[in-house]
Design a binder for this molecule. Structure first.
Ligand code: HDL
Ligand code: ZN
Length: 415
């Protein structure tokens, strides 16, 4: 490594270590939501990624696993993925990163001792510990008004924790309309299954009501690989006739998370979703047809990544974020972050954690920051070697943009 690179690497590492992170997509909850917030070793070990991985080592019927208690599942995962086989996958490695980061000794392999540590913590203490350890300024939740346990918390109200912001998640509205229109009727919205002007107006009222209630940073939906607009299917019609107008009127961006193939293996339940290449023409159509709307975009297929970056170059109302789900592995995060930076500079958000278990904020960010810092160091070294004199302040400025500053700037823009 030449001298310049070592010096630059030190400055980049410090800036990335110190930056207060905006985590713009997670599945964690503030304390109003009580048991919906998952945390601690047994929730870490029974993360659906590890359930998919552990089942690969057994021929037991899936139901035999599902009948186990959480502790039994956790014990099986620990034995299989950590003791009988080395924890070299990203999700198993993540558990070790968490144990070490909260002051436990992974070399002890003492699952019962780890359980005693987490049992000694209150959830309030642990939220503080995790946010401090992971340097999280705030995390954006995933808030679905169609989930009864969540809905009742929103209806009750209560003081939000400023470290948790909301995102209005509307998958059921878009991909399960034949069911969700009945829920809207029950809640007092005069909709019918047929998508008439009146029904669109009532869907817009529903969205506006929930935006007023949640004050979301954005509206979001996970959309399948076959998602297409323009189209006369319900998903496309509701997006163009309800989501997009409300998104503009309320200045609440629409986050499209495209490429998730739901329940490819239904026997794995939440762990059963897969991935498919989606149609970038749909993304470009929406950005082109609605230039005053703001779209957050993440796509699940590695094969969509390069064309998504090109689309973002063409449409400034697209903000690309995260290496989502099956892409959140160091080898892929490195490739995607490099191609994004090479075509977008710092006008994107390289990562979100997608944490489902509070503790995962620690490992998902620890692992991603290492990769992002390496990419930045290489890019800075390239220009420094050609005479571009960088200052520490400029590196700090760029890092703050990449870890949420540019996202917040995008939210403020009016196209
Ligand atoms: O739809 C989503 O937000 C996905 O992130 C799913 O929740 C998925 O199960 C997941 O947790 N991916 O990391
Ligand atoms: Zn998610």
């Amino acid at each position: 490594m030449n001298v310049k690179k070592e010096e630059i690497s030190k400055v980049v590492k410090k800036a990335v270590d110190d930056v207060q992170i905006i985590d713009l997509h997670t599945h964690i909850f503030d304390l109003r939501f009580k048991d919906l917030l998952l945390w601690g070793i047994d929730d870490l070990l029974t993360y659906h990624y590890l359930i998919a991985e552990v089942m690969r080592f057994y021929d037991m019927p899936y139901d035999e696993f599902w009948k186990m208690t959480k502790t039994e599942q956790s014990n099986l995962i620990w034995k299989t993925l950590f003791i009988e086989n080395s924890p070299v996958s990203e999700a198993t490695r993540g558990v070790i990163t968490v144990l070490k980061s909260v002051g436990l000794d992974p070399s002890k392999r003492d699952l019962e001792g780890y359980r005693r540590f987490f049992a000694s913590k209150t959830v309030e203490e642990y939220v503080d510990l995790v946010f401090k350890t992971a340097h999280i300024k705030y995390a954006v939740m995933t808030n679905d008004p169609f989930v009864e346990d969540e809905r009742k918390v929103w209806l009750k109200g209560g003081k939000p924790d400023p470290r948790f912001k909301s995102a209005l998640r509307i998958d059921p509205l878009l991909v399960k309309w034949p069911n969700s229109y009945l829920k809207l009727k029950e809640w007092g919205y005069d909709v019918e299954e047929k998508l008439t002007e009146k029904t669109f107006a009532q869907i817009k009222r529903f969205l506006a009501d929930w935006i007023d209630k949640m004050n979301p940073v954005y509206m979001a939906a996970s959309l399948p690989p076959e998602f297409k607009t323009p189209s006369d299917n319900e998903t496309a019609l509701i997006i163009e006739n309800a989501i997009i107008p409300v998104s503009y009127e309320k200045n609440v961006p629409f986050a499209m998370m495209i490429g998730a193939k739901k329940l490819s293996n239904p026997q794995l339940k939440l762990a059963g979703d897969s991935v498919g290449k989606a149609d970038i023409n749909t993304v470009e159509y929406l950005a082109r047809m609605y230039p005053h709307n703001k779209f957050l975009l993440t796509m699940l297929s590695r094969e969509n990544q390069h064309e998504l970056v090109v689309a973002a170059r063409k449409f400034r109302n697209i903000h690309v974020f995260g290496c989502w789900w099956f892409l959140n592995n160091p080898s892929v995060v490195d490739e995607i972050t490099r191609e994004r930076m090479e075509m977008l500079g710092v006008s994107f958000t390289p990562q979100h954690s997608d944490a489902r278990v509070l503790d995962q904020l620690i490992y998902k960010w620890n692992h991603s920051k290492k990769v992002i810092a390496d990419v930045l160091t290489d890019k800075y070294t390239d220009i420094a070697n050609d005479g571009w004199a960088l200052t520490e302040e400029e590196i700090k400025r760029d890092v703050e943009k990449l870890f949420g500053g540019e996202f917040e700037a995008f939210l403020k823009r009016k196209f």
